[in-house]
Design a protein around this ligand. Structure first.
Ligand code: HAS
Length: 554
């Protein structure tokens, strides 16, 4: 938890640079020697991949330990940690030295230095070791001792998450090992980017659920307890976890030539189905909040909302602020996601600032806030200290939420006006001296977006003060792993969500149906079947350098 947090500080500050450059407030190609696109790569990789993966493993370990009450193997944990840290350092070196400016989606024809791919691979391998060597054996042992008991909900969520994770890193491994690495090492001179992107998005979309499921575990098992209530429905929560396994990657490729419309439409339908678990969650979480608020004297159709512990500093209740802020942001993330998913509307918003707004209210919203809150909570427990600077820890999520609501609205509007994502607008469309490109009509909302980003960063700094204080505080009690786990209000036995076999079978069948033909098409069709690789050097895309030239880059 500590290592990704340190990197996250850099990731968040680079985010501030991005938003100021996009608003034309900073008009330069780089800052402190870090080029805009290099900074964007670092921002995306650190925040969306490194921070989230480290957290998911740490949280997964803690949940399994707490719920199954079986020890983890020290050797497995150290090897996993060393692989993850070693891999992160390798990839960080490549990015920081300008050898891997390939953005966080890193698909071809952009090519990075081989250390980036090897580093990412080590990170992923390290992340799955606990699943195979600790969690599955411990779950089987638990099952032998408790043959008739239901798997604890948090354990189910965690196992679904990492099963999904193992499944989706397979196509990623194929494109990394057989396309990206050979290209990077100079062993191949041409690649098929369409195939790479189809394999990447098989991984890339489900990746968002790998981020989301730990948050959902917290919402279902801990949030109800924090508000003094119960989880409204245990079967509904289980159903939500199981529904996440639907494959929908082609919705990132609606505009991609070479894939037929029929298959894109099929993935569009499946995408609407995958929104279902989030609708179920919206209902179940709201019902759990209502139940808790009514236990505390809440009344009326709406006035019970006032009985929730928004500002409470009592015990662990401060954590509520992180969840509720994340949930409010997720309302925006959900609505914009549904727009993205609509095949025809996507043509308006694809590759515009709109998409940036969407993912800062999903992964940058609910996911980040719940991970930040839980990091602070777990560090306090594991160190045996009280959370320090609680008022700052409480203000942080609300500032983050306010900032990103403003940011989301502003970027959605500039996106609809046509502002592209992933572009340094300060030296292009928002540079008044550029007579050809200048778009003064984007200026106002881009500045509003910068204001939102700045407010969110202030929230993050408040969090940093509290976390660093907690990290170095003097222990006042024995270290422990403990979570506020709620009971369920409705817990009717529902075989559909207890027997996992039909779900695994259905997932594999759906993957085979949804991906066989698109992968075949990717391999055989289209005018972009084979192209050389490109590298981003300073502000230019240039044909890929030879290996020797690559290592000579500044
Ligand atoms: Fe997405 C692009 C569709 C959810 C992340 N998405 C992205 C990208 C990222 C991302 C990172 O179909 C950019 C990738 C890139 O770099 O190119 N997304 C969806 C849909 C959903 C969705 C349909 N996305 C997520 C989540 C993410 C995430 C979750 C991260 C964790 N997304 C897309 C599409 C694209 C896309 C296209 C491609 C766009 C393009 O053209 O490039 C759904 O799963 C969303 C369902 C969510 C809901 C919301 C339920 C609301 C809840 C809150 C309840 C609140 C309460 C409290 C109870 C239906 C649970 C209320 C309290 C009060 C006080 C009011």
């Amino acid at each position: 938890m500590v290592i990704p947090f340190i990197l996250l500080i850099l990731g968040v500050l680079l985010g501030l640079y991005q938003v100021l450059a996009r608003a034309g407030i900073i008009r330069s190609a780089d800052i402190f020697g870090i080029n805009y696109y290099q900074g964007l790569t670092l921002h995306g990789v650190i925040n969306a991949i490194v921070f989230t993966t480290f957290f998911a493993v740490a949280f997964g370990n803690a949940i399994m330990l707490h719920q199954l009450k079986r020890p983890l193997k020290v050797g497995v944990q150290w090897v996993s940690w060393l692989l993850m840290v070693g891999g992160t350092l390798m990839a960080a070196w490549a990015m920081l030295t300008g050898r891997a400016t390939v953005l966080y989606t890193f698909y071809l024809p952009m090519v990075a230095h081989w250390t980036f791919y090897v580093g990412a691979t080590l990170l992923l391998i390290g992340s799955i070791l606990p699943y195979f060597l600790d969690w599955i054996p411990n779950t089987l042992a638990w099952r032998r001792e408790n043959p008739n008991a239901k798997l604890p909900l948090a354990v189910l969520g965690n196992l679904v998450n990492f099963t999904l994770w193992c499944l989706i890193i397979l196509p990623l491994a194929v494109t990394v090992l057989f396309q990206m690495l050979p290209m990077s090492l100079g062993l191949a001179s041409e690649v098929n980017p369409l195939l790479s992107r189809t394999l990447f998005w098989f991984f890339g979309h489900a990746l968002v659920y790998f981020w989301l499921i730990p948050s959902y575990i917290m919402l279902y098992t801990m949030l109800p307890k924090l508000v003094g209530g119960k989880l409204y429905s245990d079967p509904a929560a289980r159903l939500a976890f199981l529904l996440f396994s639907i494959p929908v990657g082609l919705h990132h490729q609606y505009t991609e030539g070479g894939l037929s419309s029929g298959w894109k439409l099929w993935h569009a339908f499946l995408t609407f189905m995958v929104a279902l678990p989030s609708f179920i969650t919206a209902f179940t979480v709201a019902a759990s909040l209502e139940y808790g608020a009514r236990q505390n004297g809440g009344q009326g159709l709406f006035s019970w909302w006032s009985k929730l512990p928004y500002w409470s500093r009592e015990g662990d209740k401060w954590l509520f602020a992180y969840f509720i802020s994340g949930l409010i942001l997720f309302l925006f993330g959900g609505i914009t996601g549904i727009v993205n998913a609509s095949y025809n509307l996507n043509l308006i918003v694809h590759n515009t600032a709109w998409v940036v707004g969407h993912f800062h209210t999903t992964v940058g919203g609910l996911v980040t806030l719940s991970f930040l809150g839980m990091t602070l909570y777990m560090i306090a427990r594991l160190r045996g200290v009280d959370v320090k600077a609680k008022p700052l820890a409480l203000a942080a999520p609300y500032l983050w939420m306010l900032g990103f609501v403003i940011f989301e609205i502003a970027l959605s509007i500039t996106g609809l006006q046509g502002a592209p994502r992933r572009s340094n607008l300060g030296i292009s469309y928002l540079d008044p001296s550029n007579e050809l490109l200048y778009r003064p009509d984007w200026l106002f909302w881009s500045h509003v977006g910068a204001l939102g980003g700045a407010i969110a960063v202030i929230g993050f700094l408040a969090y940093v003060v509290s976390l660093v204080g907690t990290l170095f505080a003097k222990p006042v009690r024995a270290p422990e792993i403990d979570f506020p786990i709620a009971e369920a209000l409705h817990d009717t036995p529902t075989p559909l969500v207890v027997n996992l076999r039909p779900w695994v079978t259905a997932t594999l069948a759906l993957i085979a149906i949804s991906y066989t033909y698109p992968v075949y098409e990717s391999m055989t069709r289209g005018i972009i079947t084979k192209v050389p690789g490109y590298q981003s050097i300073e502000n230019n895309l240039v044909p890929q350098q030879t290996l020797r030239e690559q290592t000579r880059l500044p």
